[in-house]
Design a protein around this ligand. Structure first.
Ligand code: ATP
Ligand code: MG
Length: 117
């Protein structure tokens, strides 16, 4: 195991930005990722609407969560690649979080640490 840090970049993005984000990650040298459909909310208040006389509240919006564990690719490059690709400038563009990862194990080879990432 080398002394390189392992980190996980977790990004909640607009679903229609997934293609651009995937491409940007590949170009940044970090093609591996996990994608999950999620719903969530940020800092804006819930929106009220009417449908057939019934009032409904939209407080959770569909987003896509992209998880990307990186070791030898500088985390800031990955964060910036996602941010650029996911950006529109409008509210709801998403959030990116960076978390420490204590270890990684490649199932096929048994390799551990940054080399397993
Ligand atoms: N603090 C948070 N904790 C967990 N998830 C968050 C947090 N902030 C945002 N998210 C997730 O990111 C998604 C997009 O958030 P969003 O971009 O609307 O954040 P925001 O803070 O409201 O910024 P903006 O004002 O640009 O809309 C949310 O739907 C939610 O899934
Ligand atoms: Mg918001």
């Amino acid at each position: 195991m080398t002394d390189a840090d392992i980190e996980m970049v977790v990004a909640m993005i607009r679903p229609d930005k997934l293609g651009a984000v995937k491409q940007a990650l590949a170009e940044a040298g970090a093609p591996s990722l996990t994608v999950t459909q999620v719903s969530g909310r940020g800092s804006q208040a819930a929106k009220k609407g009417q449908w057939r006389g019934e009032e409904y509240v939209v407080d959770l919006l569909q987003k896509v969560k992209v998880e990307c564990v990186v070791a030898d690719t500088p985390t800031d490059d990955v964060v910036e690649a996602i941010r650029e690709a996911a950006h529109t400038g409008e509210k709801g563009d998403g959030k990116i979080f960076v978390l420490p990862v204590s270890d990684a194990i490649q199932v096929r080879t048994g390799e551990r640490g940054p080399d397993a990432v």
